[in-house]
Write a protein of this length. Structure first.
Length: 182
């Protein structure tokens, strides 16, 4: 199923992007220090929603709209996923978020990749890094990141869509402190 979904997205990449579109995406990324956004995530058919604050490089705090009070926090080195009754810690280097939350890495990959137009609304880039295949999606008109697709550390297909994006807000750095294990 995962291979078919990845193939489906790649088939939909039907038009090459223009050089100015790629440059506009890069320039937009270069001007972003942080983002606040809503997300919808589908991990092998299980959908979750919530809000996130991302600060480059590699810091993120997400609060899920779930009864179990799930949060995801990265301080740039580790990721902690915490709920009412569980607590997991991961080295960020072993996850696709290590790449997705690294703006300089993304800019470098975009500079050296051929993007494609998807459904005449999005610009997509597909790249491989070590064991990770990552698809990034940008709004064709605003050049904002609107989502990504990867395989998570448990080999599940993970698709994340983001919306209601606000750039360069004031952030309390304490937000990215890893939660203590209860």
């Amino acid at each position: 199923m995962k291979k078919y979904l990845l193939l489906f997205f790649l088939i939909l990449f039907n038009n090459e992007i223009k050089a100015f579109e790629k440059e506009n995406i890069i320039q937009n990324l270069e001007n972003i220090k942080n983002l606040s956004f809503n997300f919808e995530q589908d991990i092998d058919g299980e959908k979750e929603k919530g809000t996130c604050i991302l600060e480059y490089p590699k810091k993120i705090f997400c609060k899920y709209n779930l009864d179990n009070q799930k949060t995801l926090t990265s301080n740039g080195r580790y990721i902690v996923v915490k709920t009412i009754d569980s607590h997991y810690i991961y080295n960020i280097q072993k996850t696709p978020l290590n790449l997705i939350l690294n703006k300089d890495f993304i800019i470098d990959k975009i500079r050296n990749a051929d993007g494609k137009i998807l459904d005449n609304r999005f610009i997509g880039f597909n790249f491989f890094e070590k064991e990770n295949e990552i698809n990034l999606f940008f709004d064709k008109n605003k050049y904002d990141l609107v989502g990504w697709q990867s395989i998570d550390i448990y080999q599940n297909l993970s698709i994340t869509f983001i919306s209601s994006i606000v750039k360069n807000i004031e952030i309390d750095e304490n937000l990215f402190k890893l939660p203590k294990q209860d």
